[in-house]
Ligand binder design. Structure first.
Ligand code: KG4
Ligand code: ZN
Length: 337
């Protein structure tokens, strides 16, 4: 069995995980609260917070897994994409461990890892995971992609956003409503009580498998501004319906394209991944569409949807099997390499 310690530090979560082959033994996440009041992640503050959190987070991940550092066969980290200062903290920390214990070093692509969160087996080896090839709708704060996954390390992006990511559409709408950052989960919470067809928001007209959310954001901004001019309490009085309506539009934009991708490729193994796949409206609508279309649908466990190191660990496991190792001169990259 191969034991891997993986570290994720690409944005505002400091995370560490230990896996033995495909079984996750620990998944520790420390979320940085400091950004809430700024309406978005402040890169410099994120780097500092990673520096403060990384030692206790790694210690806890080892403790929960009941594994000592000497027993680790390889050390893995998120190499790209992300905030460069944040990535550097995880990269340099992991390199030091690989050097000190003389073990292989594995660099992981964050978006590839989000997709492979679907391959994590929870506790037992016969939990349901997708077979290849599968399609994955990866929706996070920085990305929105449809990925054709032929094998764990053979992933092809066949559609992506031309402007904002789905998570940004949630977070920017939330900001317009006065919610703190990240507001996606709060829209989800209020949407549960609301009527999704109360307000109609526009759908972008894009023919291929790509997405666009910037028009929706502008339409939402003007809609709220106009309604508030008529009634200054409009948002407070209609919060649930507003949240349900904007959420339902974002979800329908995403799923219409996923359905198109499934029809064009003929693939019936369908997954979702990334922070926005924690959204209860998306999860329910994805499963409903899956039943109607005859797909096998897969959604990672909640804790493996938003940023985490378990997904980095599982990806590193496949890279280990392929002997994809780095030397100590490897550097992180802010953009998708
Ligand atoms: O994957 P992730 O944790 O970080 C990135 O790689 O970006 O995704 C974060 C995004 C944020 O935009 C956040 O608002 C969104 O995921 N998110 C949600 C929910 N939970 C997280 N959006 C809608 N509903 C949720 N329940
Ligand atoms: Zn992410």
């Amino acid at each position: 069995m191969i034991t891997i310690l993986a570290i994720e530090s690409s944005c505002d979560e400091t995370a560490a995980s230990v896996c033995k082959d495909k079984i996750i033994l620990s998944n520790v996440i420390s979320s940085q609260k400091i950004h809430e009041k700024y309406g978005g992640v402040v890169p410099e503050l994120a780097s500092r917070a990673h520096l403060q959190a990384i030692v206790p987070v790694v210690e806890q991940a080892l403790k929960i897994a009941k594994v000592a550092l000497e027993e680790i066969d390889a050390f893995a980290f998120t190499q790209s994409p992300g905030l460069i200062g944040a990535l550097l903290v995880g990269a340099e920390f992991t390199k030091s461990l690989a050097l000190a214990f003389n073990r292989p070093l594995i660099a992981v692509h964050h978006m590839q890892a989000h997709v492979l969160a679907n391959l994590i087996q929870s506790g037992n080896t016969d939990s349901k995971i997708p077979s290849f090839p599968f399609l994955c709708l990866t929706v996070s704060g920085g990305h929105t992609q449809i990925v054709l996954c032929e094998s764990p390390l053979n992933q092809k992006v066949i559609g992506q956003t031309l402007d904002d990511a789905a998570g940004e559409a949630f977070d920017k709408s939330a900001k317009i409503l006065g919610f703190p950052y990240p507001g996606g989960p709060l829209i989800d919470k209020y949407a549960k009580e609301g009527y999704p067809h109360k307000y109609q928001f526009p759908k972008p007209k894009i023919d291929d498998l790509n997405f666009s959310f910037s028009g929706l954001k502008t339409a939402f901004l003007y809609f709220i501004r106009d309604e508030k001019m008529k009634n200054e309490n409009f948002v407070e009085e209609n919060l649930s319906d507003i949240c349900a309506s904007i959420q339902s539009r974002i979800v329908s934009i995403l799923l219409d394209k996923l359905k198109k991708a499934a029809n064009e490729t003929g693939i019936k193994e369908l997954c979702i991944a990334g922070g926005v796949s924690a959204n209860s409206g998306l999860r329910a609508a994805f499963e409903k569409m899956g039943k109607e279309e005859g797909w096998n649908t897969y959604i990672p466990k909640f804790e493996y949807c938003t940023d985490n190191a378990a997904m980095i660990a599982i990806t590193a496991y496949y890279k280990y099997l392929n002997s994809e190792f780095e030397n100590l001169s490897v550097v992180p990259s802010a953009r998708t390499a």
